[in-house]
Unconditional design. Structure first.
Ligand code: COA
Length: 145
């Protein structure tokens, strides 16, 4: 399993277009302006990908630039269906946490749909705790200190 940070805009855009299909329904159909969303990730976020046998197996996009709150934000995390339950999500979230910590962040947060049982179970297993209700979604947070 190879984990790397993407630095080229084009590879970040291609990666998130590919990982869009890991979501049901695909992320590109779920977000209002997917193209701009991905551009924002490429401009201000950091993307790590995990490759298995040359294939893109998963990716995570994190913002670790809010120096006022010192709270990093995971905007996406996805493992392609054929690669799940092999520890890829675990490696990616660990990488995002290490990176955020190195950037001076003291906690890491994300938003997840309440009906996304897989993701809820995943984040629970990673010690994320409830940090607020937002209707169909909840915020989860984990300390980095
Ligand atoms: C959530 C997601 C990223 C997990 O990725 P993954 O690579 O399969 O995760 P891991 O293999 O590292 O799983 C780690 C632990 O999380 C928990 N977990 C993961 N998937 C689970 C599932 N379907 N049911 C129950 N627990 C689960 C387990 O405790 C698991 O450990 P175990 O396999 O030893 O039991 C993946 O299911 C996914 O991409 N889902 C679609 C996209 C999505 O919803 N992303 C989250 C948006 S907020």
């Amino acid at each position: 399993m190879l984990v790397e940070e993407l630095t080229q805009r084009e590879s970040i855009v291609n990666t998130w277009n590919h990982l869009s299909d890991a979501y049901q329904p695909p992320l590109s159909t779920r977000l209002e302006d997917f193209e701009s969303y991905v551009e924002r990730i490429a401009q201000n976020g950091t993307t790590f990908v995990c490759k298995e046998g040359g294939y893109l197996a998963g990716g995570i996009a994190v913002y670790a630039n809010d120096t006022a709150s010192k709270t990093a934000f995971v905007t996406q995390l996805a493992t392609m269906p054929g690669f799940r339950r092999k520890g890829i999500g675990t490696v990616l979230i660990a990488r995002a946490c290490d990176y955020s910590k190195a950037k001076g962040m003291t906690s890491i947060k994300l938003e997840v749909r309440k009906n996304n049982k897989r993701a809820m179970a995943f984040y629970k297993s990673k010690d994320f705790i409830f940090d607020g209700d937002n209707g169909d979604t909840v915020y989860l947070v984990r300390s980095l200190v």
